[in-house]
Write a protein that binds this ligand. Structure first.
Ligand SMILES: NC(=O)c1ccc[n+]([C@@H]2O[C@H](COP(=O)([O-])OP(=O)(O)OC[C@H]3O[C@@H](n4cnc5c(N)ncnc54)[C@H](OP(=O)(O)O)[C@@H]3O)[C@@H](O)[C@H]2O)c1
Length: 328
């Protein structure tokens, strides 16, 4: 990130979802840039799927800038189990946050979209101009379409009310403090957990979802946080911007990379009865570089090593928390 003083210094920045995986890293990045007034509202106090609590949050905190990350998030399994909930909650949170920011006269809102908004058959690498050229992959379409509708709202509010609302579209993220619960985690934490736990228990076989052919791109969470802060500091345009690392890896190669890093030497099987999701995913990352100077800096191997180290350090407390939650 730039070493020039941040234009956010001296302003109050509210991060919805600031206690979540990405949000906690955004809060760290803001503090590292010298922003001292960082507000992290919790869902237990302000449920952003409801208009009243969202308005109360703006009235209480009167932020200058909002980074809107609160969302219902999960992997393919969670998206398939609760498509209605994913659509409703993400739509409602975007709707209420942007409307209440407009009413409150908030100077700027940065919204996190998602790569799941892209059409199922978008040409690779995905360019922002292709966002509307088709329907998303079915397993995550309700989540992706809700996020895409928030982009339209941000653009329409800019046009009608002059609101400085910008929307960035991060690719799949990974890193320390990710969700490692196998019920609703994304692919990297799920693989790390399976390989580390299998190795610790002396198991010689791990089964992964799908047939291993799909490709994905992954952005280290600290890089994503830097991109969001840079957008908050410097970007003012209706055009959506991808946030990615600009590389593509197959699930099979990803499994090999993570198994080796975890020290797991047993067999890897694929359960092809489980969905693959979209066949290929990789973003064109040139717009973020051109518009606000963002490019990812963490090598993938380093990011995987950091994430693995974090999971090793926290795996017992994660398992204990899950057991307590599931206890009758
Ligand atoms: N993770 C990824 O790979 C990825 C990729 C692309 C885009 N994104 C986007 O990045 C953002 C953050 O994702 P994440 O992975 O960090 O998610 P996360 O760890 O699940 O965090 C979600 C946050 O949303 C808040 N939240 C949920 N429901 C809420 C409600 N009804 N009212 C108020 N707050 C609510 C939670 O707050 P409490 O803790 O207070 O309940 C939590 O802090 C999301 O917008 C997501 O779409 C994520």
């Amino acid at each position: 990130m730039s070493t020039a003083p941040s234009p956010l210094v001296g302003r109050s920045v509210l991060v919805t979802g600031g206690s979540g995986f990405l949000g906690s890293h955004v809060v760290d990045a803001l503090r590292a840039r010298g922003v001292t007034e960082v507000v992290v509202p919790r869902s237990s106090e302000f449920d952003l799927t409801e208009a009243g609590p969202t308005r109360a949050m703006f009235q209480r905190h009167r932020p200058d800038v909002v980074i809107h990350l609160a969302a219902r998030v999960g992997g393919i399994g969670a998206n398939r189990r609760q498509p209605g909930t994913f659509f409703r909650d993400n739509m409602a949170m975007g709707l209420h946050v942007l409307e209440e920011a407009r009413r409150a006269g908030t100077a700027k809102v940065v919204v996190a979209g998602t790569i799941c908004a892209y059409p199922k058959f978008a040409p690779v690498p995905f360019r922002e101009d292709d966002l509307w050229n088709g329907y998303p992959e079915e397993t995550n379409a309700p989540y992706g379409v809700a996020k895409k509708a928030v982009l339209v709202m941000a653009q329409a509010y800019r046009q009608e009310f002059g609101s400085n609302f910008v929307v960035v579209f991060p690719v799949n993220l990974y890193g320390p403090r990710d969700n490692f619960d196998l019920e609703d985690s994304h692919v990297i934490p799920a693989m790390i957990r399976k390989f580390v736990d299998a190795d610790a228990r002396g198991e010689r076989s791990v089964t992964l979802w799908g047939d291993g052919t799909p490709t994905r791109e992954f952005l280290y969470v600290d890089d994503a946080a830097a991109g969001l802060v840079m957008a908050a500091e410097r970007y003012d345009s209706p055009d959506p911007v991808n946030l990615g690392a600009g590389f593509e890896i197959s699930m099979r190669d990803l499994a090999g990379t993570i198994a080796r890093a975890a020290g797991y030497t047993g067999d890897v099987g694929w359960d092809a009865s489980r969905p693959n999701g979209q066949a290929r995913r990789m973003l064109d990352v040139s717009r973020a570089r051109e518009r606000f100077g963002f490019s990812a800096s963490t090598p993938f191997a380093d990011g995987v090593a950091q994430t693995l180290a974090w999971y090793r350090e926290h795996r017992h407390e994660i398992a204990a928390r899950e057991a307590a939650r599931k206890a009758p």
